[in-house]
Design a protein around this ligand. Structure first.
Ligand code: ZN
Ligand code: ZN
Length: 801
């Protein structure tokens, strides 16, 4: 007789943790259930870092939720192996932010949490191997292994001496030691377990600042410093435009309580002010108000190098505030202590670069993104490929804070949202000190050539520089190319020095590095004879910052010339160079985009863009915007005191709209014309753009993967027609095509550009198509199938090269 089926075991009270591993995982949403073993119950809580088994590895992860019971059968649940911190490393709001960021940028919550932690990789979960059999049995096995498996034998011999972790084994026996240990486990001779290690924060080398080039990620928080009481600039009179802007922001600050969702346009402010209009003054007064309400302020700057300058201003305004700063010169221990102090609520203001957007502030009242247009706010080169501006916007609305996006040249995404009233536009149309904007002179370099001047300096620039020096004033020469010569070429056979791993020419640097690839960092000696024909007529073309520095010295031997570019930053000399120039102990500063960004040096009489069109013709839809922005920002470095300054733009494209608008310092004209130019093509901000790249050492594999992806997009209902021919509401794609930089670091790159009218729906389609095309999940990181091409998904990329 058939009785009722036995009830399943009662597991409703089984303690389970949802864990986001800090590493890339395949085919899932990046959060897994683990059983909390009895010994760890009470220790595992949301925000706590844990060690968990994942596949065949042991990895670090973050507990995001604790619950009872799981949708997974209890016998299939694995145990949490250990707990790293006694206390949560993140508050609940950070966990929520990480989950949102991961969804928005197709990456894993664990990757976001890891990227936001100071001194990333502070602790390492290590796997420890030990013998699973008595020593005598192990010795017997060792004799059998003998010379057939020398690495296994070596590892087994080590284990006979006692437990050993994989790091030590790898050090002693090479990279194959870990595989050998796994073999020993399979044979039943050894077992492995996770070793719970304390966070290793001592003695870690501090990384140099990233300088003007996008950094690879963490600009961690450093020590929370009590600021000395300084006289604020409260006495300074605001202009009426500043007054009006501040009043609107204060209304936005007043109404909010944490958890309250922002109404349309009420909480996000675009503070659009010409260079020198006093945007900083406005946002610092707003920060003071937030602090007066018992709330906190988060101030983001695009570059670590701008932190000290910002910090000085914060201290001058908010003398009594406790300030935590991003400072990558400090060691990991100090960074980590600063993070903890912010977590404990001991900081009123956090100043930092990109990753500080994740700072664990619990009473956030105001977020400021200074120079919000800067691309360095987007992490592009590896997952999580987030944009600090979007993360800040979500955070502000979620946590009931006001957000100020400050810029003289807002990104078109931001400006478009201001025009459509999604954001609140606050304009500061004049300089705070009453100075006019400096006059701009455009010099047509074609005419210079025609007149027989083959120098990189036009006659107008030579004259202006001479005058500036004669008056004892300072000049900035700006050129967005570092190195000496951007390529070397044989006049006889046309040979060009190229990087063998990347599809680019090598830049000649002198004297420090000879030929260098700016993409992979490869260096080689410059040839004295042409490798192509053996001839002696190898010549150097395309001036970089080093060449300009050299030519300035030749033309003006009495001038004190200094240079600031990524090479100088790398040598750790950026601060010294800037201090020299700021103190008036140098006459001419030659530099890359770094000198155009936010430097405030009174006394600069002349700013010249030496080659204004160097970035104008890149095959990237943002090249006009970037050129306009750089020229406008550079021009803003002059005339910041009572004496007038002047600007010279040297260009071969004087009629290009970006150059014309920059010369007229007319942001609005540029923005409106560029928005209209992008509309029929569906480029951002009209559509969201998702760039999906497939790279492989074999070009055929990269191309085939991108074609398979395009076919999968077809099946998902994406349009491959141009926007004007297709349905306007449907997501569409362009490509597949070889990326403009078709090969980098030995890998061929093919990509597909996906245009989404609705990002959420578009991302679902992209995810499904990547899964179909490659057999694994799409993510903002790089993903390698067993031996297939690497797939990288970049949502809202700042560059499509
Ligand atoms: Zn040759
Ligand atoms: Zn290279």
């Amino acid at each position: 007789m058939a009785g009722p089926e036995p009830a399943p075991p009662v597991i409703a009270d089984l303690p389970v943790a949802e864990v986001a591993p800090a590493v890339a995982t395949a085919g899932d949403d990046g959060v897994f259930d683990y059983r909390i073993p009895p010994a760890l119950v009470g220790q595992v809580a949301p925000g706590v870092r844990v060690v968990v088994p994942l596949g065949g590895r042991t990895v670090e992860g973050f507990c995001v939720r604790v619950k009872t019971g799981s949708g997974i059968a209890p016998e299939r649940l694995r145990d949490i192996a250990g707990v790293i911190d006694a206390r949560p490393a993140f508050p609940a709001s950070s966990l929520e932010l990480a989950v949102w960021t991961a969804r928005r940028y197709l990456c894993r919550p664990g990757e976001v949490l890891q990227a936001s932690l100071p001194g990333r990789g502070l602790s390492r979960a290590r796997t420890v191997g030990r013998l699973a059999v008595p020593a005598a049995e192990a010795e017997e096995a060792l004799a059998k292994l003998g010379g057939r498996a020398p690495v296994q034998a070596a590892v087994l011999r080590d284990l006979l001496g006692g437990p050993a972790n994989t790091g030590a084994l790898r050090k002693r026996h090479g990279p194959r030691a870990v595989a050998a240990l796994r073999e020993l486990v399979k044979k039943g001779l050894a077992v492995t377990a996770a070793e719970t290690v304390k966070a290793r924060v001592r003695g870690q080398a501090a990384k140099p600042p990233s300088g003007g080039e996008p950094s690879s990620g963490g600009e961690p928080l450093s020590g929370s410093e009590p600021a000395p009481t300084a006289p604020g600039s409260a006495a300074l009179r605001l202009t009426s435009a500043q007054e009006a802007a501040l009043a609107r922001i204060l209304v936005g600050l007043g109404g909010g309580r944490p958890g309250e969702t922002a109404g349309a346009g009420g909480r996000i402010f675009v503070l659009h002010g010409v260079t020198g209009s006093g945007k900083t003054e406005v946002y610092l007064r707003a920060a003071a108000e937030a602090l007066a309400q018992g709330r906190q302020a988060l101030i983001l700057v695009p570059e670590v190098s701008l932190v000290p300058q910002t910090l000085d201003r914060v201290r001058a305004h908010l003398g009594k505030a406790r300030v935590a700063v991003a400072h990558s010169y400090l060691g990991g221990r100090e960074r980590s202590e600063a993070w903890d102090s912010v977590l404990r609520g001991e900081a009123d203001v956090v100043v930092g670069a990109r990753s500080a957007v994740f700072a664990p502030l619990a009473r956030l009242g105001l977020i400021v993104l200074d120079e919000e247009h800067e691309d360095s706010y987007k992490q592009e080169e590896k997952a999580p490929r987030y944009h600090a501006r979007e993360v800040a916007a979500w955070r502000a609305s979620r946590e009931g804070a006001a957000l100020i996006l400050a810029s003289a040249t807002p990104s078109l995404e931001t400006y478009h949202r201001a025009l459509t009233r999604e954001y609140d536009l606050l304009e500061l149309p004049t300089r705070a000190g009453g100075q006019g904007l400096p006059p701009v002179q455009t010099v047509d370099m074609r005419a210079e050539l025609a007149a027989g001047n083959r120098s990189t300096f036009s006659r107008a620039l030579t004259k202006a520089l001479g005058e500036s020096l004669a008056q004892g004033r300072q000049a900035i020469l700006f050129l967005n190319r570092r190195g000496h010569s951007t390529f070397i070429l044989c006049r006889d056979c046309g040979w060009v020095a190229r990087c063998p791993d990347c599809d680019v020419s090598l830049t000649y640097h002198s004297p420090e590095t000879d030929l260098a690839c700016h993409y992979c960092g490869r260096h080689e000696a410059a040839p004295s004879r042409c490798p192509g024909c053996g001839g002696h007529r190898v010549r150097y073309f395309g001036a970089g910052t080093q060449k300009i520095e050299e030519e300035t010295r030749l033309a003006f031997p009495e001038a004190r010339v200094v240079r600031l570019d990524a090479d100088v930053v790398r040598r750790g000399e950026a601060a010294r160079v800037l201090a020299l120039f700021q103190a008036g102990q140098a006459d001419v500063l030659v530099g890359t985009q770094m000198v155009a960004k936010g430097l405030d040096i009174p006394g600069v009489a002349l700013v010249a863009a030496v080659a204004a069109d160097s970035g104008l013709h890149l095959p990237d839809f943002r090249s006009a915007e970037k050129t306009f922005r750089l020229l406008t920002q550079a021009a803003g470095r002059t005339g910041r005191d009572e004496r007038p300054g002047r600007v010279i733009i040297q260009t071969y494209s004087p009629e290009h709209p970006a150059v014309v608008a920059a010369a007229g310092q007319d942001y609005k004209a540029f923005a409106l014309s560029e928005l209209e130019a992008r509309r029929p093509l569906g480029y951002p901000p009209w559509r969201h753009l998702v760039r999906v790249e497939f790279s492989d050492p074999e070009e055929g594999k990269a191309r085939e993967a991108s074609q398979a992806f395009a076919r999968a997009l077809d099946r998902q209902g994406f349009d491959s027609l141009p926007l004007v021919l297709g349905a306007p509401d449907r997501p569409r794609y362009g490509g597949p095509a070889a990326a403009p930089l078709a090969r980098l670091r030995g890998r061929y790159r093919w990509h597909v550009l996906v245009f989404c009218p609705d990002l959420e729906a578009g991302l679902e389609g992209v995810k499904a198509a990547v899964r179909q095309a490659t057999g694994h999940e799409a993510r903002g990181g790089r993903r390698r199938a067993a031996d297939g091409p690497v797939t990288a998904v970049d949502v809202d990329p700042t560059s499509v090269l």
